[in-house]
Design a protein around this ligand. Structure first.
Ligand code: SAH
Length: 368
């Protein structure tokens, strides 16, 4: 008898039903055909999935009744439910906790910056990395998300917003390391690049990685429309090893080289993300070294003030310290943005709702 270890379940099938957002647009065509329907039905279906965001097969009134019934028996539109949501009274940032079909939870954040909005999505339940400053690392890694679950998050946020994707960006900056869930993340981005209702270009999608050089290069070779951000977070290998031990087998030179490769291949500048931790990586010397690294690769820099977790063990800089860091950095690297912390009153750093949800006494949802 085969041991259960060898049984590979198809993660796109849940309780015998196909989770439609797990299929590429091409697979959707084939799947529709196996049900005896013409291939063009898949375009109608994709429009309901990604453009009109149907909540039920009954809404799909341009599909024949018999096909809708087959879909109800054989397919799933979405595989999760909202557990809670919190809205920041300060800036309208909204943070959601979702429960997946197997009881695992993930979180996503909807951030507003003036006219623009960013969907910050998770790619894994928990994270196998152990970046010291990151809240997600405080809970145990559970599993990768499927492409369908990632697209469920995005479709949910799109529906919540209710205005289509005008001035909306998607950031793989929630829970997890997207390049450790390579296949599903790439499949989801392909759908975002092409599905009706999305058709997003590279300016609109950003994948943020802790820096896995081989996979960054593979991603560059995929030819996706997607921008890359590298979480550098230190300017010496010794400090990076302390702050991000799980990725410390790669030197800064190696990850920066992979980022440069991505920039060359994609024709887009890569962003270096830098979480500022007082007394750790925020000296004047760090600023100068960071500027030199950025200059060598023509990188953009995104400074991220540390978002203090409840028991973080790190401190954020004062506004004056941040300004001093920027003054040192600017002569080397004028392409600089500062990510202002969003939703400070609801602890919007990803991972915090999730780790709270793991404690036995679940707190009731605040806000809406
Ligand atoms: N694993 C990926 C994506 C998730 S983290 C990555 O490492 O890039 C997304 C971004 O949030 C990263 O730049 C990370 O360094 C930053 N980050 C994590 N915890 C933070 C915190 N407490 N405050 C501010 N930024 C944080």
């Amino acid at each position: 008898m085969e041991s259960p270890m060898h049984i590979h379940e198809d993660p796109s099938i849940i309780n015998g039903k196909t989770h439609l957002r797990c299929l590429s647009l091409f697979e959707l065509e084939n799947w529709v055909e196996t049900l005896g329907e013409p291939r063009y039905r898949s375009r109608q279906l994709a429009s309901w999935l990604y453009e009109k965001l149907a909540g039920d097969f009954a809404e799909m009134t341009d599909l024949p009744l018999g096909f809708r019934e087959t879909l109800r028996d054989r397919a799933l539109l979405s595989s999760f439910r909202q557990v809670s949501a919190q809205t920041s009274k300060i800036d309208g940032t909204k943070k959601y906790l979702f429960e997946l079909h197997d009881g695992n939870c993930i979180e996503s954040v909807l951030m507003r910056h003036e006219a623009r909005i960013t969907f910050c999505v998770s790619s894994q339940v928990g994270c196998p990395l152990d970046c010291r400053f990151c809240q997600t690392s405080k809970g145990r890694f559970r599993r990768n998300l499927t492409a369908g679950e990632i697209l469920d998050e995005i479709c949910w946020l799109k529906k919540e917003r209710g205005e289509g994707m005008e001035k909306a960006n998607i950031g793989f900056m929630g829970m997890g390391e997207p390049l450790l869930n390579y296949r599903s993340v790439v499949a989801a981005i392909r759908v975002l690049n092409t599905a009706p209702g999305f058709e997003l270009g590279s300016k609109r999608i950003t994948l943020s990685t802790s820096g896995l050089p081989r996979r960054m290069k593979n991603l560059a070779d995929e030819g996706l429309k997607c921008s890359l951000a590298l979480s550098l977070n230190a300017t010496t290998d010794a400090k990076r090893r302390e702050l991000m031990p799980a990725v410390s087998r790669y030197t800064i030179a190696e990850v920066v080289d992979a980022a440069r490769y991505y920039a060359e291949k994609s024709g887009r500048r890569v962003t270096l993300e830098y979480v500022l931790l007082r007394g750790e990586n925020s000296s004047a010397e760090d600023a100068r070294r960071l500027g030199k690294i950025a200059r060598r690769g023509a990188f953009k820099i995104n400074l991220i003030p540390y978002n203090p977790a409840r028991e973080g063990g790190f401190e954020a800089q004062s506004e004056g310290e941040l300004q001093a860091f920027i003054r040192e950095l600017l002569p080397y690297s004028p392409t600089l943005t500062v990510r202002r912390s969003k939703g400070p009153d609801i602890f919007a750093a990803c991972g915090q709702l999730w780790t709270e949800s793991l404690t036995p006494q679940k707190k009731p949802a605040e806000g809406t």
